[in-house]
Design a binder for this molecule. Structure first.
Ligand SMILES: N[C@@H](CCC(=O)N[C@@H](CS)C(=O)NCC(=O)O)C(=O)O
Length: 244
């Protein structure tokens, strides 16, 4: 029996995809999964296909999309190697799915249970306590027609507060040992925790924050630059994912 995931309305490139397929737009959330895939491609030669949509046209609210992700938000990852195809929604779940699917050596994860727990803590921290605030700052500060000072101030303060939490971790304020990455022993290791966090925090300027606001987080600023230098990050945030 034909499965219900794809219909006549589903774009051909989505329903005819053979392996992993990503439906995305190069927003902070889209970039998380774009980065993970580009990193995996460099290490393992992982392949996938991509459909770029424009969320301003509300494509993500159409029936074909909601069948794959009832939440109606990008990005969505579909694993067509499963029968029926297996859709994954929510960026952190997508990163963790890709870790299992493609990262057999845990290059972007951890084999040690405690380090793995650390990575999950920071991944969840940003997913639950970072992105929602900075997303609302973008909404009320940039996109809302009505400018509500209380809302802008509230989400600006909360965004800076959670940046401060990242700064505590990276500076080693309480551990005595500064670190390069959010999770892992010693100086830490670049992992899904960083991949899930970086696309938002690196966009502080887009969110209307000023240099003087973020200068109080020197370790965070260095972490932003350190990750920006990665070839996979450059590809994932560049031309390749721009709508033609
Ligand atoms: N919690 C979701 C958030 C996804 C999300 O908010 N995506 C935004 C783009 S950054 C979106 O699709 N916005 C369009 C809309 O809300 O309709 C995740 O982590 O995947």
């Amino acid at each position: 029996m034909a499965h219900h995931l794809y219909t006549d309305e589903t774009p051909a490139e989505v329903k005819n995809a053979k392996g992993l397929h990503l439906v995305t737009q190069s927003t902070p959330n889209g970039k998380k999964v774009q980065i993970m895939l580009e990193e995996l491609a460099l290490i393992y030669g992982t392949t996938w296909t991509t459909t770029l949509i424009n969320i301003m046209t509300n494509e993500q609210k159409k029936d074909w999309f909601l069948r794959l992700d009832p939440n109606g938000r990008i990005p969505i990852l579909i694993d067509n190697t499963k029968n029926p195809p297996f859709p994954v929604m929510e960026t952190s779940a997508e990163l963790l799915y890709l870790l299992k699917f493609a990262d057999k050596d845990d290059v972007f994860g951890f084999k040690d249970e405690l380090e793995r727990s650390q990575a999950l803590q920071w991944l969840f921290f940003w997913h639950g306590s970072g992105a929602p605030y900075q997303g609302q700052l973008n909404h009320f500060g940039k996109f809302a027609k009505e400018k509500i000072p209380y809302a802008i101030e509230r989400f600006r303060n909360e965004t800076l507060r959670v940046y401060g939490v990242l700064e505590i971790q990276l500076s080693g304020k309480y551990s005595g040992e500064p670190r390069d990455y959010l999770a892992g022993n010693g100086k830490g290791k670049y992992s899904v925790a960083d991949i899930g966090t970086w696309p938002w925090v690196s966009g502080w300027e887009f969110s209307g924050l000023e240099k003087k606001d973020v200068e109080q987080f020197p370790h965070l600023l260095k972490w932003i630059d350190r990750i920006a230098e990665r070839p996979a990050v450059k590809t994932a945030t560049g031309e390749k994912y721009q709508q033609k």
